[in-house]
Each structure stands twice: as C-alpha cells, then as structure tokens.
Design a protein around this ligand. Sequence first.
Ligand code: NAD
Length: 442
Amino acid sequence: MKITIVGTGYVGLVTGACFSEVGIDVTCVDIDEKKIENLNRGIIPIWEPGLEELVHRNVKKGRLHFSTKLSESLDDVEVVFGAVGTPPDEDGSADLKYVLQVAREVGRHMKDYLLVVTKSTVPVGTAEKVRAALQDELNKRGSDLPFDVSSNPEFLKEGAAVSDFLKPDRIVVGVDTDRARKTMERLYKPFTMNGHPVIFMDITSAEMTKYTANSMLATKISFMNDIANLCEIVGADVNNVRKGIGSDSRIGKKFIYPGTGYGGSCFPKDVKALIKTADDYAYNLRILKAVEEVNESQKSVLVTKLNKHYNYDLKGKTIALWGLAFKPQTDDMREAPALVIIRKLLEAGATVKAYDPVAMEEAHRILGDKIEYGQDQYDVLIDSDALLVVTEWPEFKFPNFNIMKKLLNVPLVIDGRNIFDIEEMKDRGCIYYCIGVDTQGK
Ligand code: NAD
C-alpha cells in the first residue's frame, strides 16, 4: 500500500514514520524546502522521543520518502492525508487556507481514485469544503475521477507521539462511503490488532470529536487551577483535594494537576476555534469561555506571587526559570506559559536567565537575546533573586538544594508545578511558594 502525507510537522512526520514502520510505502510532502532537505540528510526537525530512530530505520528500508512536490507524489497512491497546520485566524476560527490549498493541489494532479483524509484539526464542515475545492479543480480539468473524503483527527500527545500513534487509545474515523471505510480499516489494521479500537462515525461527528476532546482536557486543567486559587484563599491544600477527588473513578487522576495554565499548539487554538464555531451557530459556549479566561490569568500566577514577595518592585532583580517548553518531553514553545512569564518579568524591569533540557534552541529562535541562557539548571541560579519552576522536567524534581541555596542570592523558590514538598522546603530554609497552598500562611 502506498500513501502520501502532506504537511511534515509533528503530526505528519510522526504519522508518516509510524505507517512506514508497519510496511506501508509513505511519502511525506512539505512546502518547507529546508525541512525536506534536512530530512533527506537525516536531520529531524523536532525533538520527539523515538522519532529519530524510527525515521532513520524506515528511510534505510526504502519505505519512507520526503519530497517538496505533491504533484510528483501521487502515482499509485491510495490515500492522501492532509496534516498541515490550522492556525487561529484573527477571530479565533481555524484558518483553513493550508487545508484547502492541499485539496486543490490534489484535485489538479490526482491520476486515479483517491481517498483524501484530513488529519489536521478542523472545524465542522471542513470535509465538505475539501470535497468542493477538490471537485472544483477536477471540473476545471474536465475530469470525472472519483474520490472520497474522510476525517481522521489525530490524538497524539507531543512528548509521547510515537507510542501514542503505535498504541492508540482509539482511532476516530469519519467516512460516508463503504469504500472509504474499507480502505481506512485496512490501513489501520496493524495498529488495531492488539485491541485498540477504530471508531467509525459520520464525518461531522469525527470533526466535532477532536475539538470536544481537547476542550474537555482544557476544562479539567482550568477547573483545577480555579479550585487551586480558591484553596489558597480558604486555607486548603490543593494537593490533598486533588488526591481526594482523583480517586473517584468518575473523575480520574489525570489532568487535575494545578499549574501555570495550559499552552502548546493545540489546546489554546482548539478551545478558541470551538467557541468560534458555536458563535457561528449562534450558540453561546459559556463553559469554554470561562476555561479560556481562567487560563489566561493562570499564566501570570507565578509573576503575581513574585511581585507580592518583592512588593511589586522587580526592577533590577534577576529571575531564574527552570523550563521553557509548554510541557516536559518536548521542545515545543508554542503558547507556552513561559513566554507570558518572561514578557511580564522583562516589562517589570527584571533580568531573566532560563534553562530547559531541550528547548534552548527553540527559545533562542523566539526570544533571541532578550533573556540569558544557562548551561544547566544550576548555572541560571548564580546571583538570581528567585527561581521559578515553569515546566516539570523529571530532572528538576530532585535537585541539590545545598548548591541551589549557595548560588541563589535569596533562597526564594516559586514552584509552578508543585514538584517540591512544602515541609522539606521549609526545613531546607527555602522561602517556598507553590500553586494552591498558602505556604506562607501555614
Ligand atoms: P506543524 O506546524 O508542526 O506542521 C505543519 C506543516 O505543514 C509545516 O511543516 C508546513 O510547512 C506544512 N505545510 C503547510 N502548508 C502546506 C502545503 N500546502 N503543502 C505541504 N505542506 C504544507 O503542525 P502540527 O503540529 O503537525 O499540526 C498539524 C495539524 O494537526 C494541526 O491542525 C494541529 O491542530 C493538529 N494536531 C496537532 C497535534 C500536535 O500535538 N502538534 C496533535 C493533534 C493534532
């Protein structure tokens, strides 16, 4: 079986590499010439556990190819996946420009029946727009080639993308013909033989499922952050509250950890896009509007604590940051809370020194010389007036506190991920703040 994947970003590259791993012949196409040139030289554009080995192995086996030319990548292909970006437009809606460009290009160059699958996260109604754009190009050619469209939203998590793809919780596929359903069944069989289900449904429901999943997860995060802020005020410990509710199987233990707010390339834009879809249909999605509002203010919570500690005078202070990526195990900084924290610190006249195990290059690309970059997690503490823990990388969890105290001007630690123990930090002589517990009042 031969397939083509258009858009070689997080989703496209992982999807392509994983399909090639089970023996499918895959061409990954991208308009970014540098990215394709690098991939053809074995250079992987993103940091994702297991991806580099997977790509190298399958390129060597001759099953994974990279190209900038979609028009030359359609011969004998049965399925074309669109995995291009759907960034937010000015009004929050998903910008479908790239998705529809791909549909048109496929329409201009397809030579035989094709199943055109949208893997990008797209709002309800997109499959119909893809169908219309593609049909329009076929009409211009005077062609009556048949094709089907399908919606196959992707649920992989950055940082665990390869294992999520190879062992999915579920695969959601929206189809409206038997032919499309059979092709998708065949394609995903290697991943579903161990019991991971493919859930077939109508296309509109598949489009809606992806936004609903991300919005539900964002809701859990904002809900818990809101509760954490209340815990601080009423004198409760959110860590206890979390354990207390998480053991209820209806609630579950995941996604109820309070922190500095959600970020990344998906939750912020997908929540906005679903709110916009509802607005377009004259429905007021009140819960999600509140989720977004809580998240925006939560990104500033560490700076608020720091400001309170220093009487709203951060001018001339040096602040160390541990963690820049929006979550551990990725170098992705899109919509990362660290960016809001850094902006606020710089606006207040502070100097920022930061360290992240893998996102230093990406941070430099975005922030340039606005901040200082450490060699390691201790380097940034030298002469700093506080440490802010922004991303919960495992290696930050058991630091050498004696070295930390020696290097910091003031042993002030503001922990945005509750990775340290409150009593232990007190015993070590640290001034310690975290999320959802009034550590100074206790
Ligand atoms: P990305 O920005 O990493 O990659 C998109 C790629 O598409 C880029 O390399 C870009 O150059 C390429 N591209 C754009 N227009 C093109 C065209 N006309 N032809 C060929 N290539 C083109 O994006 P991503 O993170 O992989 O996300 C892609 C989609 O998947 C989005 O809709 C996103 O919401 C969704 N998604 C992302 C994740 C994630 O964790 N990143 C998870 C699930 C779903």
